[in-house]
Design a protein around this ligand. Structure first.
Ligand code: PMP
Length: 453
């Protein structure tokens, strides 16, 4: 995985960047204020630039490359499929699409046995919501404030975090509520059990005042990811399941980020013994080697569309190259015990190390997570828990986090930073030695955050 020094080619990197700056319009960015790093290559847990700098990828490219970069079996499967059949419309039955659907269905909990394929997470959320609305004949959808569900029309409105604000059309039917999060409790709770009970009571009350007969679905990330990796207290998701059943509300779990090994199980729902009616996935299904997402659908909701058409579709639904890479990814994850590796590394290496690091750094307020899905909540003051940067901080207000991220990069570590948090989300394939290398760099970089406490 070491790039040879011959690979360093700063002039080529500068050319790539110049064309990028001229013509690529970047996501979530002020176009004139960004400085994207030109990337020359990637392998396993690392990627590298044109100047010969190699980075240990603790971001997994937006928490996506669960299988690591350039897994040879997945690359080969894409090449073989490309030689055989690159594309075919969704209306046909194709071997790789059938097999990818069968394998996803086999891995999802309960009777989620029908798979609608999309090109990514937001489209999965859009379609899950549409299915819930058509199934129930109701319009409203409830989602959590501390959530991210994608950036398309409905998905961005469902998203609770501040990325919603500029796109908020107050789209009819979206209602936000507070999920459980003891460290910054909306309910002044003092224990996980209290937080769980109060969050469920708050949800019940929200439903009562919105009118249960008007609510199609509740959508939750099983373990909210971008909003801060908040593992829900024992009993919360089972409680939501029971509330949904009682009111005839469809329960959607969004596992776009938490699914496919990230939490140390195929799906995070398994940790909590809960089966949703619809489960959205993307990212880890094939580590994004070719864009792919989808909705796993329960028998009951699938039956709604047995004799009447499902009024939705995508030209690239179940794209052969994407499905071939998904089949190869799932096979490799099983054969190479990659999900088990994520669980073991999280439990034995990353979790204990992060708790130990937190004890030594005044800027680390809380450590949260499981598997290879961890966040450090950075604070100015451990007692008051004041976040290191203000909520939705950008520009100068976010300088402390930018300094911390720069320190990580100087140490050869590529972090995932969001608001006042840094997330530790390496590939599920990460070895103990690689994890320790990254954790040492993180430990050192945290002194830059400590300077702001
Ligand atoms: N849901 C969740 C939980 C996500 O984390 C994301 C992406 N970070 C999405 C939906 C949207 O996925 P995409 O960017 O593929 O549209």
């Amino acid at each position: 995985t070491q790039p040879s020094s011959a690979a360093a080619d700063p002039a080529a990197g500068a050319a790539v960047k110049a064309t990028d700056r001229a013509h690529v319009f970047h996501s979530w960015s002020a176009q004139g204020l960004i400085d994207p790093l030109p990337i020359a290559g990637a392998e396993g847990a690392y990627f590298w630039d044109y100047d010969g700098n190699r980075y240990l990828d603790f971001s997994s490219q937006l928490v996506n490359t669960n299988i690591g970069h350039q897994h040879p079996k997945v690359v080969a499967a894409i090449q073989e499929q490309a030689a055989k059949l690159c594309t075919i419309a969704p209306g046909f039955a194709v071997d790789v699409r059938s097999e990818a659907a069968r394998m996803v269905a086999e891995r999802t909990p309960g009777d989620l046995d029908k798979i609608f394929f999309t090109n990514g997470g937001a489209e999965a959320v859009e379609n899950a919501v549409r299915m819930a609305r058509l199934h129930t004949g109701r319009a409203k959808v409830l989602s959590a404030y501390r959530s991210y569900h994608g950036a398309t029309a409905a998905a961005i409105n469902l998203t609770g975090d501040p990325r919603r604000w500029p796109s908020d059309t107050a789209s009819a039917g979206v209602v936000h509520f507070w999920g459980p999060f003891l460290y910054r409790s909306a309910f002044h709770a003092e224990s996980e059990q209290q937080e769980c009970e109060r969050a469920l009571a708050h949800l019940e009350q929200t439903i009562a005042f919105e009118g249960p007969q008007s609510i199609a679905a509740i959508i939750l990330e099983t373990v909210p990811g971008t909003a801060g990796i908040m593992v829900p207290p024992a009993g919360y998701l089972a409680g939501v399941r029971e509330i949904c059943d009682r009111h005839g509300i469809v329960f959607i779990l969004d596992e776009v980020m938490a699914g496919f090994g990230r939490t140390g199980k195929w799906f995070a729902a398994e940790h909590f013994g809960v089966t949703p009616d619809l489960l959205t996935f993307a990212k880890g299904v094939n580590s994004g080697y070719v864009p792919l997402g989808g909705v796993a659908i329960s028998a009951e909701i699938a039956a709604t569309f047995d004799q009447r058409p499902y009024p939705g579709g995508l030209t690239y639904s179940g794209h052969p190259l994407a499905c071939a890479s998904a089949v190869a990814t799932m096979n490799a994850m099983t054969e190479e015990r990659i999900v088990e590796n994520a669980a073991e590394i999280g439990e034995k290496v990353i979790g204990p190390a992060l708790h130990e690091i937190a004890g030594r750094h005044p800027s680390v307020g809380e450590v949260r997570g499981m598997g290879v899905f961890w966040a450090l909540d950075l604070v100015r003051n451990k007692e008051t828990r004041e976040p290191l940067v203000p909520y939705n901080a950008s520009g100068a207000a976010n300088a402390p986090m930018a300094e911390f991220a720069a320190a990580c990069k100087r140490g050869g570590l590529w972090p995932f930073v969001n608001m006042n948090r840094t997330h530790v989300v390496p590939a599920c394939t990460i070895t103990e030695a690689e994890a320790k290398e990254g954790l040492a760099a993180l430990d050192e970089a945290l002194t830059a955050a400590d300077a702001h406490t």
